[in-house]
Design a protein around this ligand. Structure first.
Ligand SMILES: [Zn+2]
Length: 132
């Protein structure tokens, strides 16, 4: 007799590089968290277990939340984070990120600032080679 185990994740997109939060045992818990985070999707995982509780099969189903409203007014924000000391900041414009990095790297010798782009529904993506 196969046994089915189900759990839920809140996630921001259906892309492979998505942000996920969870797991939750109940759909309403995952949904509440998704709305709090401004995530538009739920992911339902089903594990089919055999009598020895070994996972035989994993199924996942995306569920789009109706009426999910992005919490961020802009769809893309820039995040800078120093690879050396971990200090970070958020910027609306590319030049602001550069100024922040310039000042930080000037004040802290040999620190290196990394740049990330956060687009809603896509998660965080590093922009490489931005200060070569
Ligand atoms: Zn630093």
């Amino acid at each position: 007799m196969a046994y089915k185990e189900t759990f839920w994740m809140a996630c921001d997109s259906t892309e492979q590089l998505r942000a996920e939060y969870g797991p939750f045992h109940r759909r309403d818990e995952a949904e509440a968290e998704a709305r709090k985070l401004g995530f538009g999707y739920l992911l339902r995982y089903e594990h089919l277990l055999d009598e020895n509780e070994e996972i035989q099969e994993v199924r996942c189903i995306f569920i789009e939340l109706a009426g999910a409203v992005p919490t961020e007014p802009v769809s893309v924000t820039l995040h800078t984070r120093c690879a050396s000391c971990g200090e970070s900041a958020t910027h609306a414009k590319g030049w602001q990120a550069e100024v922040w990095a310039d000042i930080h790297e000037f004040e802290h010798t040999r620190h290196r600032v990394r740049l990330f782009e956060h687009s809603h529904g896509k998660g965080l993506k590093e922009i490489g080679g931005w200060r070569s």
